[in-house]
Design a protein around this ligand. Structure first.
Ligand code: FAD
Length: 440
């Protein structure tokens, strides 16, 4: 069987290599550390957690908890090791970081079908089956190569994203659907503010606490992509002539032009998620919740993703990738991890799991897998390959990415439970259908 090359032994690459080897296919796993370092990694170990030691919620009331359970069912190396090295963290799965990464490193080194090479890959191999999983801090030489392959406009070095909320959690009695001057089909949900509301919001926003920028991220603020709090600090009027401009957005509830608006734009094809237009921000997450819930209509908003402004290498997956994680114009080239526009440790490993299984299947001459959209694993692949390519931003696992239930359930907890059960059943069914016997 043809050997598969995996580049990068982070969260995604380690999981991909494991899945490939477990399917009986030999793997060559390239990792540049310790020969070449990244600005965030500190050890020589695989699957190093560069920041928090938490893999977030573990229960089935949270989408990332469901994702972990699905990964257990699919014999995930990353989640298996996390479970074995868990430390007390309430409802979250936090790990002893050295024990966790140490075990992953050892299991891959000891696997008879895995060959580890500590070397920086500077050029994308032109032959054979390749999985690129070099992460948000991909080395400059390889980044340049990927950029060339993708085309400049589909490759990004920074993630400057606005928060995203669940449509179900927006108070629709306060907001209204309209496009400026009624141009085209009404596309935005508008949250109107009077002068007093705007003043209060302004004061809260400019005094809210911002997250610390890493040294290597300091170059990030360029014109045209300014955090909303920085723009506001330039003067009270700046946002009123920018993203909060009310012109052409008469409120049909009152017949009047509001003093200011916050516009929400549909974020996924199913219309279950909306982003706050122009609100890319570097505020701390708790502060985003506090301040943005002051926006009329968003008092009870559920944030599926907070705004971020950080260094991140990722590609425009809606244009470039298949839900199998294959590059459209070269089917034996796979991408996995943060690079594909999934966000977070667990999501990165999850994409590595699917990319790895599919790379192995390709080597074995078998059909490739597209996981059911009802599963969180499948919903992420679906999202990154079908999102609006013009406004593509990386995404965490969340219930808003799953197709709606056939019957409407009003109670949020019950609804999430039903979504979680359906997701796990879909994976069980998928495994039976494909004759997969791995995992639980
Ligand atoms: P990585 O885990 O970074 O793995 C990529 C690997 O590829 C690395 O080992 C790297 O050394 C190697 N590599 C790079 N270029 C080459 C090359 N040319 N040749 C060979 N090897 C190469 N997510 C969370 O859920 N929680 C957090 O707290 C969190 N904090 C973060 C903090 C920072 C500073 C950053 C940048 C990201 C953070 N993330 C966090 C986001 C993300 O989940 C992690 O970055 C995650 O590690 C991504 O997994 P990955 O496999 O895509 O990349």
């Amino acid at each position: 069987v043809e050997q598969v090359t995996v580049i990068g032994a982070g969260l995604a690459g380690s999981e991909a290599a494991w899945q490939i080897a477990q399917r009986g296919v030999p793997v060559k796993l390239y990792e540049m550390r310790p020969v070449v370092k990244t600005p965030a990694h500190h050890t020589n170990q695989f699957a190093e957690l560069v920041c928090s030691n938490s893999l977030r919620a573990n229960g089935l009331t949270n989408a990332v908890g469901v994702l972990k359970e699905e990964m257990r069912m699919m014999d995930s190396l990353v989640i298996g090791s996390a479970d074995r090295h868990a430390v007390p963290a309430g409802g979250a799965l936090a790990v002893d970081r050295d024990g966790f990464s140490g075990e992953i490193t050892r299991m891959l080194h000891e696997h008879p079908l895995v060959e580890v090479v500590n070397e920086e890959i500077q050029e994308i191999p032109t032959e054979g089956i390749v999985v690129i999983a070099t992460g948000p801090l991909t080395s400059p030489a390889l980044s340049a190569q990927i950029k060339e392959l993708m085309g400049e406009e589909y490759f990004y070095f920074y993630d400057a994203a606005a928060p995203i909320v669940e449509k179900d959690s927006i108070d629709m009695s306060k907001v209204y659907l309209a496009s400026r001057y009624d141009k085209g089909e009404a596309a935005y949900l508008n949250c109107p503010m009077n002068e007093e509301e705007f003043n209060r919001f302004y004061d809260a926003l400019i005094s809210a606490e911002v997250a610390e920028l890493k040294e290597f991220e300091k170059e990030i603020y360029f014109e045209g992509c300014m955090p909303i709090e920085v723009m506001m600090k330039r003067g009270k009027q700046t946002a009123l002539f920018g993203p909060m401009k009310p012109v052409g957005l008469v409120n049909p509830h009152t017949g009047e032009l509001p003093y200011a608006v916050v516009q929400l734009r549909q974020d996924n094809a199913a219309g279950t998620l909306y982003n706050l237009v122009g609100f890319q921000t570097h505020l701390k997450w708790g502060e985003q919740k506090r301040v943005f819930q002051m926006i009329p209509g968003l008092e009870n908003a559920e944030f599926v993703r907070y705004g971020v402004m950080h260094r991140n290498t990722f590609i425009n997956s809606p244009k470039l990738l298949e839900p199998t994680y294959q590059f459209k114009s070269r089917p034996n080239l796979f991408f996995a991890g943060q690079m594909t526009g999934v966000e977070g440790y667990v999501e990165s490993a999850a994409s590595g799991l699917i990319a790895g299984m599919n790379a192995a299947n390709l080597a074995l001459g078998q059909d490739l897998f597209v996981l059911p959209k009802e599963s969180t694993l499948g919903s992420m692949a679906h999202y990154i390959t079908t999102a609006d390519f013009k406004h593509f931003q990386p995404m965490n696992a969340n219930f808003g990415l799953l197709p709606s239930l056939e019957r409407k359930i009003r109670n949020k907890k019950e609804k999430n439970e039903a979504l979680a059960n359906r997701a796990l059943e879909s994976i069980q069914h998928f495994k039976e259908e494909k004759g997969l016997s791995t995992g639980k």
